[in-house]
Each structure stands twice: as structure tokens, then as C-alpha cells.
Design a protein around this ligand. Sequence first.
Ligand code: 8YV
Length: 327
Amino acid sequence: SAKKLKVVVTRKLPSPVELRLKELFDARLNEDDHAFTQDELVDAMQTADVLVPTVTDRLDGRVMARAGEQLRLIAQFGAGVDNIDVQSAIQRGITVTNTPGVLTDDTADVAMALILSVPRRLFEGAQIMNTGGFDGWTPTWMMGRRLAGKRLGIIGMGRIGQAVARRAKAFGLQIHYHNRKPVSPRIEELLEATYWDSLDQMLARMDIVSVNCPHTPATFHLMNARRIDLMKPEAYVVNTARGEVIDEAALARALKAGKIAGAGLDVFEREPAVNEELLGLPNVVLLPHMGSATIEGRTEMGEKVIINIKTFADGHRPPDRVIPAIL
Ligand code: 8YV
């Protein structure tokens, strides 16, 4: 068979995935799992046939401009590709793929967990127990807000948004959503979901808002100070998508000023940095970007990466080819 493709993988992946990569390709793995520096990234771009980056690698136009002639495929380990300048890759004839679908349920589970936990103050209660603060039950102790009958507004009704809707419906929440366009009537009927063309109008009516859209130039700071202000003071926001969709500083200010009731965040604008104003607030739950962090999910993401590389190497169009978002 032909010479094996040189595949550079920027982060440590689950062992079965790494074993398979080594069997199939001339794979250079990241044994100590350090985050690649910009120089290492450029070096990889100049020596690899295929690069396998993750969300922690910034492949902007400047890095892309330094890609070597032999680099033909960027097979992202992850669904979101906002770390990659896809347009610039395509202009250079580099194909970009991602790993959608296999992390839908896991990410929706974390979104639902935050929707359950923040209004019901579960992490606050757990913290009280861990610090010996339970002095005895009273009728007004640790009262939160009921989910059943409330309105959930989902921003971004793709695979993950729909999976959140299915879960939330089972908890008695009424499903509302904002998206570039409505989902099919069949899905809308199944979820008993209400479409809002105007995000502003939806926000003013929701009890909980869940962010489930990708980060693109069109969604950067979609939840800015003005829109956060449109939310009811009793409303909550959860984000398992990308930190950049919410203006983190504006959110921290709104929470401190009591303009909204609480927040559950799995993603941040400048990971791993977190706006310090968000720390230590009882009505805020912060998680370290764990949405897709299951053994099954991360293994299946790796399997998708491998299928994308293999298909591409065989001269066919890979199943998860990314085409730039039409804005
Ligand atoms: C991963 C994610 O943590 O797929 C995504 O878009 O945010 C998560 O599944 C990460 O991106 C892996 O690169």
C-alpha cells in the first residue's frame, strides 16, 4: 500500500483511539498532553499531511498562512470549529472536518443538569453540606424555583438544542427557541416547541435560557448587556456551547446587580481563564468545559476523526466535511 499519511495529533486522546491512529497512520501523538504553543502548531502544520487539532488550538489566518504544501486535511477532534479559520483553510485547498453527532446527548445532559441544578440550588446545597453548614431543616430553607410549567428558551436549535428540548419537555418545561430558521413542522410538533424569529422578544418572556448555538461572527456576544437586560429578573441562563456567545463581563455585572437570577456555565470566553467576578457567587454554577467529557463520547469523537481521515485518504469526500457557515 501507499506511504502512510503523517498525522499530527495535538492533544492526548483516549488510548483505543491513539492505538488505532498508530496502526493506520504515521501518527505523531502528544504523549505528555501539553497544550501546543503557536510555534509547535506552525511546525506541525509544516510537516504533517493531516493535523488533528482540538478546541485549545488556535488556527487563525496567520497560522493558516504558514501551512506547508503537504497539509491537506485538518480533522478537528470536536464539533465546534470556531478555533479554525475554515475559510482560509479552504482557500488553501485544505479540507476541514469535525465530529458532530456523537457528543449530542452528553452535552445536552450537562445542559439539562445545569437547568435542573441552578434554579433548585443543588450545588449551593452540596457546598453547604461539605462545609458543615446544615443547621437543621426549616420550611423556608433553600427554596429554589420549580421547573415544571416554566418556559425554556433555546438559542440554537441544532442537534444539541433539540436534545436539550427533548429532555426539558420530559421535566414539564415549555419549549421555545430562536434559530436562523424554524425546525421542520414535524420536530416542532414533537417538541411542542414555539419558534421566535425575534431573540429579543423571546428573551423577555423566558424563565430559563439555554445557549446551544455555535460561536460564529454572527453569534459573538449575541447575549450582550442589552439582551441580558431584556431577561426577567427571575430568569436563569445556562451555556454549554461557547463562552464567546455571552459577554461574560456583562453577565457577571447583571448577576451581581440582580438583573437575572442565576447562571450555569460550562464554557468561557477566554478558557481556561474565568472572569473573577463570576467566582464565589451562590447562584452561579461553573464547570470546566465538561459537556462532551464521557469515555464513550470522547472515544466516538476519535473514531469519527479516524473515519474522516481514512475516507479522505481513500480519495473520497469525508463524511463530516465542514463548509463555512452561511451568515
Ligand atoms: C470538546 C467541544 O471539549 O466538540 C466541541 O465543540 O467543545 C467539546 O466536545 C472540545 O471541543 C474538543 O476539541
